[in-house]
Design a binder for this molecule. Sequence first.
Ligand code: DLZ
Ligand code: SF4
Length: 519
Amino acid sequence: MSQRPVLIPVLGDQLSHGLASLQGADQANATVLLAEVWDEATYVRHHQAKIALVFSAMRHFAEELRADGWTVDYVKLDDPANTGSLRGEVERALARHNSRAIRVVEPGEWRLQQDFKQWSAALGCPVEILPDTRFLCSKTEFYTWAAARRELRMEYFYRDMRRQTGLLMDGDKPTGGKWNFDAENRSSPPANLTVPPLPYFAPDQITGEVLALVAARFGDHFGSLKGFAMAVTRANAQKALADFLQNRLPTFGLYQDAMIAGEDFMFHANIAAAMNLGLLDPLEVAQAAEAEYRDGRAPLNAVEGFIRQVIGWREYVRGMYWLDMPGMAETNFLDARRPLPHFYWTGETDMACIADCVRTTRDNAYAHHIQRLMVLGNFALLAGIEPGQVADWFLVVYADAYEWVELPNVAGMALHADGGRLASKPYAASGAYINRMSNYCRGCRYDVKQKVGADACPFNALYWDFLARNEAKLGRNMRLANPYATWRRMSDEQRAGYRESAAQFLMELEQAEPGWARG
Ligand code: DLZ
Ligand code: SF4
């Protein structure tokens, strides 16, 4: 039995060698604890591939720490003594190693933060909870930024982050004279577009064992393990990043909002899962992208758009999460009450766009930004699905999803459940948007051009029904002035047609969906 006074628990999404709890700790006096626990795998029933990713990345990280000279205690899920909870495993480890103090980095989710705060009293030893320095903006800095403002818009936060990091800055001016080049980033996908394949990381022995474990213990969870090829080590995550920079970043901007059936990754980086586990550092990612622009290999619109996601949006939603929790999980500004339709799990719907987005979600634990926001999120917004159920779904199904990043995106950006704290207008769109940005409608049994009736694209009537239903809450929103003006200009007959069509669709869905009666 070791006599190491300090226990350093490292969570499944804290797999960074520069983690604050490891920095400055004395290897001779510390035991690092990693524990695969039932509670973390099931507090929502995560996608099978997400659990496999986390466990495999944890096992690989533990090996790397050992090679670095750390004493690592690794508890596997099927250890008969495993208590199934993080606190239980910390308690057992304290006794095993005669540790007298705990040093840990704050967790990424509010529910665990509440638990950590009780550890010291419950476990009877001092617990040092360190800030997570893997974000560019600390919680304190974000709170200070927010306190000085009435409107907490990402765009202004992002500019401050550009100034602070010096990324894409020429002196005190933004490179290219503008902060944001998104106007150049909205191209529809051309018919003959070829998308380079993603790098494939063949499962090694560790991953193979984890895949067998997940299939045996979590085989009834959503999602497929087939073809599992995710980066589970920092070295492979770096290869994935390099591949993106070389093969997809130059075109990323142009087609960042485009969707093609069966092209599951388009020109997206697909590094969020690795970044959110801690395998890649956001500043190194952003700096690498900037170098592509500075060296003339990628255009500014692509590089700026990508860097904005990493140092702007990602940091901003994390700040907003901690600022607004626990209330963020309860908000329901639009009073949306319908249960989540079953087809979010099965993909069994005639709506071709939704079916393809659910399929890629099931196959890859991934869908790209526009599929998440403008198809899956948009449908939930228009149909009035209860935000808590939508949030749980997103948390379950995406390999990159932890609540700090998922909840603000779902409740704030996609569902407007926060009444516009994150986004000044709801991202509501009719079928015309999906048709413009994808080739889905060509393969759909619904007709995107038809406005009402049994064959019309459901998004069309649902869109107007959504605006009509929520007119008291949204009717004075300046950014919705145009659609509301159009709505008010319509004849009574037209308006009634939309509302009846939407009601009919929702009623049919209700009949097909047992749970829907509660809606
Ligand atoms: C997501 C996840 C899963 C599936 N399993 C574990 C685990 O067994 N042990 C662990 O330490 N962490 C796991 N995680 C990640 C945690 O859920 C994550 O640290 C918190 O949600 C905070 O972001
Ligand atoms: Fe989706 Fe409507 Fe297009 Fe069908 S017609 S793919 S439901 S947007």
